[in-house]
Design a protein around this ligand. Structure first.
Ligand SMILES: [Zn+2]
Length: 242
């Protein structure tokens, strides 16, 4: 399936990025106060304000699974409920618009730790970050989902594979669209590699999930290549749908 070279390369790349991250001063990603190495990234005060998803695992699992609505998708995990005014928003903003890929690593690690106590018994072949359209990735300089996947990989051991799903065209932001419009907006925008034929179970990694329209579209594309593949969804934030 994966060559040992790919595994070693993935781990090595991650290590270099972590060491590089240590060179930067340790300030809270949300409020700018100093942090200790123990709290990593977010200070204690900000950490205590985060709406962690742990107590709502079942609710989150069913919200995402219902949104995606495909039987190949077996489970879904999120680190927190996304709050527009909260620390959660500050973290996602750092990750997407302030060039802080390190936030992605930290959040991915936190997500991995929050689910590492034996709940997920599916052995994953790899983790796949949700692809950005190439021009968007060029403008941002990186794909935030890639760093979340690397953080998660450091805990789960599943290697990160990029480029197995390509985004073929730029789409309008989903933020202000209704569920139906979101679905139409992302229709036929992704292309999955034939390599999925060789994979049994994969993890799809995203930053924030709302209706699950984008994930559904990607999963459908992957399933069109391999109809028996099992998919687990990993995301940092979920926007609660009332
Ligand atoms: Zn803080």
């Amino acid at each position: 399936m994966l060559t040992s070279f790919q595994r070693v390369f993935s781990q090595l790349k991650y290590l270099i990025e972590v060491v590089f991250g240590l060179i930067f001063p340790q300030k809270c990603l949300s409020c700018d106060n100093e942090t200790t190495t123990k709290t990593k990234g977010v200070c204690f005060a900000c950490k205590s304000k985060i709406n962690w998803s742990k107590p709502f695992e079942k609710e989150i699992n069913s919200q995402i699974l219902q949104g995606v609505n495909l039987s190949n998708v077996k489970a879904a995990y999120s680190l927190f409920y996304f709050s527009k005014e909260g620390v959660e928003q500050a973290l996602i903003h750092q990750l997407k618009y302030r060039g802080s890929w390190r936030t992605g690593l930290l959040l991915g690690e936190e997500l991995g730790l929050s689910i590492s106590d034996g709940e997920s018994d599916t052995q994953l072949d790899c983790l796949i970050p949700i692809a950005l359209f190439h021009r968007k990735q060029f403008d941002r300089g990186y794909n935030q989902a890639y760093y979340i996947a690397q953080g998660l990989s450091s805990i789960t051991g599943a290697p990160v594979l990029q480029k197995l799903v390509q985004k073929c065209k730029q789409t309008q932001s989903q933020t202000k669209l209704s569920r139906e419009k979101r679905r139409l907006n992302v229709k036929n925008t992704f292309l999955a590699s034939e390599k999925f034929k060789k994979l049994k179970a994969i993890g799809l990694v995203d930053d924030v999930v709302t209706t699950g329209s984008t994930l559904r579209e990607i999963c459908k594309e992957i399933i069109s290549v391999n109809e028996s593949i099992e998919i687990i969804i990993f995301t940092i934030g979920v926007v609660r749908i009332e």
